[in-house]
Design a protein around this ligand. Sequence first.
Ligand code: 4AZ
Length: 256
Amino acid sequence: IVGGRVTTVESHPWIASIFWRSRFAESTFLCGGSLISPCWLLTAAHCFPDGSRTKIHRLSVFLGKTAINETDYKREQRFHVEELVIHHAFDNSEGNFNNDIALLKIIGSDGSCAEESGSVRTICLPPAHQMLPAGSICEIAGYGKEREALWHNSQYLREARVKLLSQDICKSKDYYGKMMSNNMFCAGSPDWSVDSCKGDSGGPLVCEVDKRLFLFGIVSWGEGCSREFRPGVYTKVTNYNNWIAKKTGLASIASG
Ligand code: 4AZ
């Protein structure tokens, strides 16, 4: 997150961190995610370079983490991945991560899923195709870089507020033009000082509607971070309610 501030996981208790263990090295941080039901995370498809051939036994998921490289036995919960569902139409052939959405089914060593606590809880999905007006203020959170030029991710969870941009503006020539599909939307700050960045991918963009919080976006891509006319691009979650309901078997989740 560029231009944000350090926060604690209690303020974003649905945020997950996904780690990858190679055959040779210890676990490295891969991506963020959001807990949408006790057993399911929503994240970005591009987080898994091997796609559906990803070896899920090499993945692990943490909930309830404020410091990414510290173990907090009191607050965090750790899981294995039982299932990885990458959207069948995920497509990066145009370099724009179309349908950048994936589901992870998590399971603890004792066979249980996430347990609600002060640092762990689910986030609701918005009703299918609900649109928010341009200019709406939403929040992003993640463990990603604080500046584009840095090499390392943030040590701590960070948050920031961004404004939704209209589809017309983001599809215009000055912005992303044809790179934008209707499965995406843009968000940023008018002075370009706030953005998601590398390492925030897969994580949440959450907006408040009638005093309730909903997961409207998944951090997906952007040209660099916090660059003029290059806002962050987010997967439009409201296009995928049916897909999520079908793949998770959670009927109630489709209606928000
Ligand atoms: C990335 O490389 C990335 N500014 C994520 C978000 C943004 C750019 C790049 C948005 O994972």
